[in-house]
Write a protein that binds this ligand. Structure first.
Ligand code: GDP
Length: 332
């Protein structure tokens, strides 16, 4: 881990190079934010705090969908559209599967080839081998670093499996769900909860023989979304079809996002959501730090082991066991 930072620049140099948009230094600062070493953590936090006044101005977009739905092809087409408008975009990914399999679904180097050569785009794959909590923290920090480096649109990509959607939802302004045409939602493994989080649903691959299926899926999703109760933002999610290969539905997606930003800035939801997300970040860290502290105490970890057995044997209620651990920890 120690060698991942080639050189630790003085903090002032980090600040000035990031402000100039130096992508090499930006990448190093993100590596620093991902580091588990205490000294790196300290430097990274100081750096981001210094940069905080120049953050926050971007539109943060989360994009999710099952593997194969067309995320990277869509993001490439969408990203190229944005860079053609001279927008600086950053693409970060959250891929918790990499922690388990040591191989990332999203980290494949051949993805988004055009975009990776585009000077207006910065692409950063998910760090391998860290927990969802860890990746969530470092991605939040990476968002701030990219904003300080002048990126106007930040895309956070995640795979539509498991918990990571909620994590991403809690760090973006706008959440985009990609769905395949012609497969029922149960087939796509998308839970109702994820659909409820979406600000827009894009039916992908709406080209060739798929067009009718895509239109049908569009109508089905519009109906399904219309049954949900109104979201807190009062924004009514749209469903559109897109073909990343034929560049259909790409401009429209950006148009919807712009409308959403304007709408939620006017009704003040935009700012409220960001404030809430910062509080979630704060509280999640309190929990993580407390758990880390607990696991540092030998007496507590051995007591946890004993209580785990009792929980399995059903001789103690899990909630009571947890309370016992916390009260022991507090009095230790
Ligand atoms: P990801 O796993 O969600 O990132 O999906 P990919 O972007 O890698 O796409 C999976 C497959 O779908 C690839 O073979 C793509 O060529 C294909 N694909 C992606 N977008 C489109 C599209 O707009 N139309 C068609 N026909 N195929 C597409």
């Amino acid at each position: 881990m120690k060698n991942t930072i080639p050189s630790r620049l003085p903090i002032n140099d980090f600040v000035s190079e990031i402000a100039k948009g130096n992508t090499v230094i930006l990448a190093q600062a993100i590596t620093l934010a991902e580091s588990k070493l205490d000294e790196d953590r300290e430097l990274s936090e100081q750096l981001i705090e210094r940069l905080l006044p120049t953050t926050g101005q971007s539109v943060r977009i989360g994009i999710t969908g099952v593997p194969g739905v067309g995320k990277s092809t869509f993001i490439e087409a969408f990203g190229k559209h944005l860079t053609s408008l001279k927008k600086k975009i950053a693409i970060l990914s959250i891929d918790p599967s990499s922690a388990k399999t040591k191989g990332s679904i999203l980290g494949d180097k051949t993805r988004m080839e055009d975009l990776s050569r585009d000077p207006y785009a910065f692409i950063r794959p998910s760090p391998a081998g860290i927990t969802l909590g860890g990746v969530a923290d470092s991605t939040r920090e990476a968002i701030l670093l990219c904003e300080a480096a002048g990126y106007e649109i930040i895309i956070i990509e995640t795979v539509g499996v498991g918990q990571s959607e909620t994590t991403v939802r809690n760090m973006v302004d706008f959440f985009l769900l990609l769905m395949l045409p012609g497969a029922g939602d149960e087939l796509q493994g998308i839970k109702k909860g994820i659909m409820e989080m979406a600000d827009t649903v894009v039916i992908t691959k709406a080209d060739g023989e798929n067009i009718n299926l895509a239109n049908q899926a569009c109508a089905d999703f519009r109906y399904a979304l219309h049954l949900f109760s109104e979201s807190e933002s009062h924004w009514k999610p749209s469903v559109i079809t897109s073909s990343a290969l034929e560049k259909i539905g790409i401009k429209e997606t950006w148009g919807l996002i712009q409308q959403y930003v304007e709408f939620t800035q006017n009704n003040l939801f935009f700012e409220r959501q960001r404030e809430r997300q910062n509080l979630i970040w704060f509280k999640e860290n309190i929990q993580q730090l407390l758990i880390q502290q607990l696991s540092k105490s030998r007496t507590i970890t051995s007591k946890i082991k004993i209580l785990e057995k009792q929980v399995i044997l059903k001789t103690v209620l899990p909630s009571r066991a947890a309370r016992e651990i916390v009260s022991d920890f507090l009095s230790s």
